[in-house]
Structure formats: C-alpha cells, structure tokens
Design a protein around this ligand. Structure first.
Ligand code: NAD
Length: 480
C-alpha cells in the first residue's frame, strides 16, 4: 500500500488532535489509500480525554473508511486469495447514555427519506417485565413475537389454563418454569418481583375480573380491547386500579401505529382544511359457532365490540372530539348458527361537533375489508388496511390549479403491538399516565351502549356533550 508523504505528514500533524470529518474526507477524496493513516487516527481517537466528548455529541469513535485498495488481499485457510479492504469504523457519535441513539456516518442525500434513528433498546435488566394472561391467538401469534421488536418491554411470566401450553411457550421465550401460573394461582404474580405489568388477553367478559384481581397484586395493568362488556364494569376496573395505585391502559394499538398517527397529524393540522366526513369499515368473516366470539355472555356482542370498535375508537382519535349523537342499524341473518346470540352486522352514524359525520359499518360475514376515508374541505385521506396488523396504505387527493394530485404516502413502519407495549413500559418507567387509559375504554363502551340502544329502538340516541380535545387521553407517546 502506498501513501504519499503529504498525507502522512498531514496525519502526523493531526495526531493527538481531532481530525474533522471534512478534513478527512478532503484527504480521502484525493484517492489516497489511508490504511496506515487510519490506524494512526484510530489510536488518536481512542486516546485519553475523549470519553467526555461522548456525551458532548462530537464524533467519539471511528476510523474513516479507507478507499478500497485493489492490491489488498486476504489469504484463506485453504490458500485461496480473496480480494479485501481494511475493516474500519467510520466516524460516529456514540453517546454514553443508552437512551441516546448512536449517530452513524450519514451518506444519503436529502432527496430521499432519511433512515434511522438507530434503535435505543434498554438493556434487558432495565426493561419492564410482563405477565401475559391467556395464551390464545393474539398472545401467541402477535404479542410474544412483538417483544422481539420492543425496546423497553420483555415477557417474564405466563398465565394459562393449559399446563402443556405453559411449558412449551415458556421454553420458546425463555420464561422460567416457576413464572408460569394457572388462573387459580393468578394472584401469586404479586410475589414475582420480575413482573411489573400484567397484560390481560382473555375473552372480553373476563377483562373486568382479571383487571380487578390483577390490580390487587400491585402490578400495572394493560388490558385488551374492548375494555369490558359494560360501562359499569369499566368504572369498577378504573376504580380498582386507582385504589391499588396502579396504572391501567387499554390496548388500542391503532393509536400507536405510525400510519394512523400520520393521518391523525394531517387531520389535526388541517392539511386539507377542516375534516367534514369519515367513512370507516372493519369487516371480516368467522366460522366457528362454538368460539367465545359468538357467545353473548363471553363476547358482550358481535362485530361491534370486536372489530367495529376500531372504526369508533380510531375516528375519535383522528378528530380528537367526541360524538354527540348516534344512529344505528343492526342485522343478523335469521337462523344463522354464528349469529344466534351476537350481531352479524352493525352500521352506524355518529354526529361530531362542527357538523362532522362519521359513517361506520362492521360485518362478521364478509371478506375482510378494513379502511377509512377522511374527507376534508380541500382533499381526502384514505387509509387501506387501516386496522390490520400490517400493510397500511395511505393515499391522498387534493387539487393544485387544474391538476388533481393523488399521492401515495409511505413512512417507516413499526410493529404496533411493540409500540403499544413500549409506551406502557415508558409510562411505568417514567411514572406518567398512559395515552389510552381506562377512561378512553369507558368512553367507547358508553358510545357502544348508545349504538345498541339506537339499533334496538330505531331512533337516534343523544350522548352527553364532551367539550375539548383528547379529553379521555393521556400524554402523547414518545416516538416509537
Ligand atoms: P383466543 O380465543 O384466541 O384466546 C383467548 C384465550 O383465553 C385462550 O388462551 C383461552 O384459553 C383463554 N380463556 C380463558 N377462559 C376462557 C373462556 N372461558 N373461554 C374461552 N377462552 C378462554 O382469543 P384472542 O383472539 O386471543 O382474543 C383475546 C382478547 O384479545 C379479546 O379481548 C380480543 O378482543 C382481544 N384481541 C385484540 C386484538 C388486537 O388487535 N388488539 C386482536 C385479537 C384479539
């Protein structure tokens, strides 16, 4: 490897000092191989007195990337010659604080979206430990895998009625056998110091009991939606958590999902003027009449509390205001084995302040369809797969002069279950109220009760006026 005297002298002149990235690139940009120089710089950078700069945000590590020298080779154990270049660490800011992201050498122009920031996971021993209650579809298919994308949360205990499931799932996720509990032993979570949060993932009718029993263990509670089967149960759950001085959050994952948050921001900032009308649908198909979702006592209702709730809660989240009146129409095919106890379809309108109308439909007997469109004065925003676990597709339309501009917006995605759990962990670690507390679930329950009443009585039902914005929500989550 050749190196000019000029470069060598320059580098030696800077030894013991910081060589700025600009200076270095200037040198490297002359096409000089800098392997030797890089070694010199590396020893300068790692020398004494640099640790303080780690927190000051200056480049704290790194040897600038050397230009690949085609003459450099590596001889493999078998004697083969392999083209190589020197492995180095380009300049980076590495703050000592784990919550601050490492800032890597930038290389993209601002013509394209920027990547990053680099994730800042907490060390495992600092993460909030969760006990998952109920090992059904949601826990096994979504929540436990999502912990892999969490930065502040980890699974540490399981509660189930199936010893076989407990044994197998505990092995798969590295949970100690002594941290597996039956439903009867649920309260023993109190003595498990690793558990700081309990996540209730049981059929709807069990939410109230397991939140109230869970609160008595002194652990914080994250509860799946719908919060419960009645507003009265919701009130008891909120009171039990307040009395036990534990936090209660309802798992409204959509409020932590990046695309829905993007639409919320665009609606609230009046990107296309004031919103006027929302059309929302969440429909799917089911098959098993024996499943709890088709039993009124266990599910509380049919399509409405299970999936229609997403249309209701997300519209409230997008607008920030509360409906003042609902009008609903419900249907179940006569004699259909799935819909003897719960509704097959619910279609309803909600009147919001300022004349905004939200028109929703939810169905248990159609191919899946999950979208909404917010029509504003000067444009619309359409989110396909709005309530799905992934695959959100955001389109907008507005006019510019004679042109109709129709855009598809893409933003970085994030596992919404991980974002939701990490928000709750953040609330526990920083002792602040959750963004979607019990009061948010209670408000939805009150509106759903009005929707059922309207469908039953065939007339609009008024709701108490709730002035203000985000009245039932806690502080905004930090960016996921
Ligand atoms: P599931 O039927 O797959 O699992 C329910 C679990 O509860 C099972 O492990 C089951 O053994 C246990 N269980 C305890 N007592 C039971 C009883 N009496 N009858 C039936 N099961 C009983 O259900 P799931 O789809 O995992 O839903 C669980 C909860 O999560 C529900 O409240 C549901 O609304 C909610 N959920 C939320 C989302 C979301 O996206 N946030 C998605 C699916 C389900």
């Amino acid at each position: 490897m050749s190196i000019t005297n000029e470069l060598l002298n320059t580098v030696l002149r800077h030894a013991g000092q910081e060589v700025s990235r600009k200076e270095f690139l200037n040198l490297a940009g002359r096409g000089l191989a800098v392997g030797v120089a890089a070694g010199t710089l590396a020893s300068c950078h790692s020398g004494g007195g640099k640790a303080a700069e780690a927190t000051a945000g200056t480049p704290t590590t790194g040897t600038p990337a050397a230009e690949v020298d085609a003459s450099t080779t590596y001889t493999a154990p078998g004697g083969q010659t392999v083209a190589s270049s020197e492995a180095v660490s380009p300049p980076a800011k590495v703050p000592a604080e784990v919550s601050q992201p490492i800032e890597l050498e930038a290389w993209k122009s601002d013509v394209d979206p920027q990547s990053g920031p680099v994730p800042t996971p907490l060390p495992p021993e600092q993460r909030v430990g969760y006990a998952l209650v109920g090992l059904g579809h949601l826990t096994l298919e979504e929540l436990l895998p999502a912990f892999g994308e969490c930065k502040k949360s980890k699974p540490v205990a399981l509660v189930s009625g199936s010893p076989e499931k407990l044994k197998k799932v505990a092995r798969q996720y590295g949970i100690k056998p002594e941290s597996c509990y039956s439903y009867q032993d649920y309260e023993k979570l109190k003595d498990n110091a690793e558990v700081q949060a309990i996540y209730i993932v049981l059929p709807n009718s069990l939410h109230a009991e397991y939140v109230i029993r869970g609160a008595s263990t002194g652990k914080h509670i994250l509860c799946e939606k719908p919060m419960a089967n009645s507003a009265q149960e919701c009130e008891l759950m909120i009171a039990a958590c307040k009395k036990a001085n534990v936090k209660l959050m309802i798992a409204y994952r959509i409020q932590y999902e990046p695309y829905n948050r993007q639409v919320r921001d665009m609606v609230r900032s009046r990107k296309f003027g004031p919103p006027k009308y929302i059309e929302a649908q969440n429909s799917q198909s089911s098959a098993n009449p024996a499943h709890w979702r088709h039993k009124k006592a266990l599910a509380g209702g049919g399509a409405l509390p299970d999936i229609g709730l997403y249309c209701l809660n997300t519209s409230r989240f997008l607008l920030g205001t509360e409906p003042t009146e609902v009008f609903a129409y419900s249907y179940s095919t006569p004699g259909h084995p799935l819909f003897k106890e719960v509704e097959e379809m619910m279609s309803w309108q909600m009147r919001f302040p300022d004349g905004v109308i939200v028109n929703c439909v939810t169905h248990y007997n159609t191919h899946d369809s999950r979208f909404y469109r917010v029509s504003a004065e000067r444009g619309w925003l359409h989110l396909d797969n709005a309530y799905a676990y992934q695959g959100q597709r955001l389109q907008t339309s507005h006019a510019e002069g004679p042109a109709k501009m129709q855009n598809q917006i893409t933003i970085p995605t994030k596992n919404q279950f991980a974002a939701e759990m990490d928000h709750f962990s953040e609330c526990i670690l920083e002792n602040k109220p959750p963004h979607t507390p019990g009061e948010e679930g209670l408000q939805d329950q009150r509106i759903m009760e009005a929707i059922y009443q309207s469908a039953r009585e065939g007339r609009p039902v008024k709701l108490p006026a709730v002035p203000g914005t985000d009245v039932f929500r806690g502080p905004e989550p930090k960016p996921a």
